[in-house]
Design a protein around this ligand. Structure first.
Ligand SMILES: Nc1ncnc2c1ncn2[C@@H]1O[C@H](COP(=O)(O)OP(=O)(O)O)[C@@H](O)[C@H]1O
Ligand SMILES: [Mg+2]
Length: 251
C-alpha cells in the first residue's frame, strides 16, 4: 500500500451461498484507489461490480481478504464499529435513489448526521448547505416522494456528503435516469468530487462518463482489467484526452 492510497483492497474473494449452491463472484481481487482519484469501474451485468462496491463500502464482508482505509483494515472491525466508520467516512449513491418518501428533502439529508449524534440545529444547517450545493434549495421542504427522479438523486448526493465523508462510492448513479438528467448528475458528481476533495469510485455503464474519470477499470471474469483505448472506442467512447484514462497504454 502506498502513502497515496485511500483504499487498498488486498486479495478479496467473495462467494455467495444461495439455495444450497455456491456462487463465486471473484477470487484474489486486489485494487488500490489513490487519494483524490476518480475511478470508474465498468463491466457487464453480473460481473460483480455491486458486490465489490458493497465490500469496499463495508456493507458486506468478503469471504477472504482485507480492505484498508489508510492503515485500518475495515474487515476486522465489529459490526457497530463498521457502521460508525461507514457513517463518518463513506458517502453512498445507488442506482435507485433510496429516500424516506414521507420525510422532506431536508430531513432526509439530516438523517446521517442525526444518527451520528449531531444536534438537530447543526444537522439542519449542514443539510441546508448541501441541498443548496446540489441546486435544491427551493425543494428543501418537499417530501422526497413528491420529487422527480433527478431531484431525488440530487437529494441522495446531498445526503451522501452531509457528514463530510472522504470517500464517495456510487453504483450506477445515472442508471435509472434519462440521458439529460444523467448528464446533469454526472456534472454534479464531478463538481462535488472536486469541491469536497473526495476519492470517488463510480460504477457505470455510461462509457462517456467513465472516459471522463481519471482511470477506468473493467471487471471481467472475476478480475479487474485496464480496457484498451480500442476496446473503449469500439464501445462508442469518444476519447478526447486519452491520457486521462490511466494505465499507461494510451499514447
Ligand atoms: N446476495 C446474493 N446472493 C447470491 N448471489 C448473489 C447475491 N448478490 C449478487 N449475487 C450474484 O453475484 C454475481 C454478481 O452480482 P452483482 O455484484 O450484483 O453484479 P453487477 O453489479 O456487476 O451486475 C451475480 O451472479 C449475482 O447473481
Ligand atoms: Mg450492480
Amino acid at each position: 500500500m502506498s502513502a497515496e492510497s485511500a483504499i487498498w483492497a488486498d486479495s478479496l474473494s467473495k462467494t455467495y451461498c444461495s439455495g444450497g449452491a455456491e456462487v463465486l463472484v471473484f477470487k484474489d481481487l486486489s485494487l488500490e484507489v489513490c487519494r483524490g482519484e476518480r475511478l470508474a469501474i465498468i463491466g457487464e451485468s453480473g460481473a460483480g461490480k455491486s458486490t465489490l462496491m458493497h465490500l469496499l463500502g463495508g456493507l458486506d464482508r468478503p469471504s477472504c481478504g482485507s480492505i484498508y482505509y489508510g492503515g485500518r483494515n475495515i474487515v476486522s472491525l465489529g459490526d457497530q464499529e463498521l457502521a460508525d466508520f461507514r457513517n463518518r467516512e463513506i458517502g453512498f449513491v445507488w442506482q435507485i435513489p433510496s429516500l424516506l418518501p414521507e420525510f422532506t428533502a431536508l430531513e432526509n439529508v439530516m438523517m446521517p448526521l442525526l444518527i451520528r449524534g449531531v444536534t438537530s440545529q447543526e444537522a439542519s444547517r449542514a443539510a441546508h448547505e448541501r441541498l443548496h450545493e446540489v441546486g435544491l434549495r427551493t425543494r428543501e421542504s418537499h417530501r422526497a416522494g413528491e420529487l422527480s427522479g433527478g431531484e431525488r438523486q440530487r437529494v441522495v448526493l446531498a445526503r451522501a456528503l452531509a457528514a463530510q465523508p472522504k470517500v464517495l462510492l456510487a453504483d450506477e448513479p445515472t442508471g435509472s435516469l434519462d440521458f439529460r438528467t444523467g448528464e446533469m448528475i454526472i456534472g454534479l458528481l464531478n463538481d462535488l468530487h472536486a469541491a469536497h476533495g473526495l476519492t470517488s469510485v463510480f460504477v457505470t455503464h455510461n462509457l462517456g462518463f467513465a472516459a471522463r474519470c481519471d482511470r477506468v477499470l473493467e471487471l471481467r471474469r472475476g478480475s479487474l482489467h485496464t480496457p484498451s483505448a480500442i476496446e473503449l472506442q469500439e464501445a462508442g467512447v469518444l476519447i478526447q484526452d486519452a491520457t486521462r484514462l490511466g494505465g499507461g497504454t494510451y499514447v
